[in-house]
Design a protein around this ligand. Structure first.
Ligand code: PNW
Length: 514
């Protein structure tokens, strides 16, 4: 007990609020630090090794207008060929673990592999044959794929993720205006191209927002202009896809537990995503209720079935007629079907009550406190039912700026600050709430194909030089992690030196220009 108090005090003394001065030494023993990627976003080599065609190949190649820069993952970051260099870089930075996904249409160490089975690249043939995730036929096919992976790789892979962000796969596909693969050929015109923006979020038409949120967003400095409506009025298809995804998860876990786990001794979990939803007006009961409902509709939708076997009460009530509750048999398979849960956390937002459309969000920029508040909310709500948690994604994007040199683009102070603050609030949750968080994965290891934003959005701590042989460079955030993971706090002269270099480069450019 005294030890915990000492750690807490020493960590708090280091100015937890903004994270300056914290290092991995402040985190519990055995805490895992990693970076993450997913197969389609980084691998490239899409025609090699007998790989089949995936829904993202179909979308990007047949309807390139759906991607902000018309790009695709044919080459991406070429991690397929360069993985050894990449693992070396990860080691050099001091990370312990690498979160990646196995490309289902491809069917394919130093680092602890954290492997995702389904990170959205469904084989296109299954989409064409029976509508992919819209049909429960997918469950048998998914189990077949999962078993092949357990059998082939289970000797080395001890951390399996069935699904990445089922909420995103569901909502990004089956909400009008969202254009993620699988391809919907009926929304094929260029007016559908979304302006990509920070954080991989989309700008949706602001007229769909209630006036009070719009006004607030336009006058409040701490709010992104990037506001988007709540997702409670979803189409029935979304619930069908969400349901089939959960059935895929449940069946794969049952197979792992009955046929593999006792020999392979691994753990299996699911990766969910959720912003923290604050009430827009904290004095309004309606807004408070709406914000809790929004958490249910984003996180609870998938968390409660894997904990308890059924959807949250609020969903059964509000989505009645659209959502099909799980049968008793299905509940048995789902309840307790995770050894751990992953949370992908990026930002938080405000929710306000609206009769029609139901609830609305506006994004918050200051999101590190949101991470803490989120964990506190989860702990109060799910208590001892909450399984061990990993933060499986956290990070921030830069808009690709073609006018910057690679060197200039590596000065990513916003990202350094983002990680400092989020790690500080994560540490606070571990120490003050005694939340059982066991690891943290930065998203992403490298800049990559950001789905419908293409290569316009850079999430990496490693910079990829797309116009010069895909050369890798460590951004300042990578140097920051390298120091942090070594246990030395970064008031790093290396970072400062780069800043100075950048300033002098700018100055000399200016001189040349004038
Ligand atoms: C997650 N949104 O995706 C994914 O797991 C990653 O593949 C992705 O690169 C990362 O976050 C960064 O975006 C999301 O618009 C993409 O709400 C878009 C949204 C949410 C999650």
């Amino acid at each position: 007990m005294q030890a915990i108090v000492d750690t807490l005090n020493s960590a708090l003394n280091k100015n937890l609020q903004d994270g300056r001065g914290i290092t991995r030494a402040d985190f519990p023993d055995g805490f895992v630090f990693g970076t993450g990627t997913s197969s389609y976003q980084v691998e490239g080599a899409t025609t090699e090794g007998g790989r089949g065609i995936g829904v993202w190949d179909d979308l990007t190649l047949r309807t390139p207008n759906k991607v902000a820069d018309g790009s695709n993952g044919i080459i991406a970051c070429d991690v397929y060929h360069r993985y050894k260099e990449d693992i070396r870089l990860m080691k050099q930075m001091g990370f312990d673990s690498y979160r990646f996904s196995i490309s289902w249409p491809r069917i394919l160490p130093g680092m602890t592999p954290f492997v995702t089975l389904f990170h959205w690249d469904l084989p296109n043939c299954l989409q064409l044959e029976y509508g992919g995730m819209l049909s429960d036929q997918v469950v048998n096919d998914f189990v077949e794929f999962a078993e092949l992976c357990f059998k082939e790789f289970g000797d080395r892979v001890k951390f399996w993720t069935t699904l990445n962000e089922p909420w995103t796969y569901t909502v990004m596909l089956y909400t009008p205006g969202d254009d993620f693969a699988p391809n919907d050929p009926t929304s094929n015109d260029s007016t559908n191209v979304q302006s990509s923006s920070q954080g991989g979020q989309r700008n949706l038409p602001s007229h769909r927002l209630p006036k009070k949120v719009r006004q607030f967003a336009s006058t409040n400095q701490t709010i992104n202009d990037n506001v988007f409506p709540g997702k409670i009025d979803l189409a029935t298809d979304a619930y069908t896809v969400g349901r089939n995804l959960l059935l895929c998860h449940s069946a794969a876990v049952q197979s792992y537990r009955t046929k593999f786990q006792m020999y392979q001794n691994g753990q299996i979990g699911i990766v969910l995503n959720s912003s923290y939803h604050y009430p827009f007006d904290s004095n309004s009961q309606d807004d408070q209720d709406a914000s809790k409902r929004a958490i249910d509709f984003m996180l609870g939708w998938f968390l409660e079935p894997v904990l308890y076997g059924q959807y949250p009460e609020s969903m059964l009530q509000y989505a009645k007629g659209n959502i099909v509750p799980f049968s008793e048999d299905e509940q048995k398979g789902l309840a307790g079907s995770v050894d751990w849960v992953g949370l992908n956390y990026y930002t938080s937002d405000f929710v306000t009550y609206e009769k029609s459309p139901p609830d609305c969000f506006a994004m918050v920029v200051d999101s590190s406190t949101g991470l803490y508040d989120h964990l506190q909310y989860l702990q109060n709500k799910y208590k001892q039912d909450m399984p061990p948690l990993y933060i499986t994604e956290n990070g921030v994007a830069d808009q690709n700026d073609p006018s910057l040199t690679a060197k200039e683009a590596c000065v990513d102070e916003t990202r350094v600050q983002y990680y400092q603050e989020h790690l500080a609030y994560l540490l606070k949750a571990i120490l003050e709430l005694a939340f059982d968080v066991r690891g943290f994965f930065a998203w992403s290891y490298c800049d990559n194909f950001e789905w419908t934003s293409g290569y316009t959005s850079r999430f990496g701590i490693i910079y990829i030089d797309y116009i010069n042989g895909l050369t890798r460079y460590m951004k300042n955030s990578a140097l920051w992690f390298a120091n942090f993971l070594r246990g030395s706090a970064t008031t790093s002269s290396a970072l400062e030196k780069r800043q100075v270099e950048k300033d002098s480069e700018r100055a000399s450019k200016k001189r040349k220009a004038t």
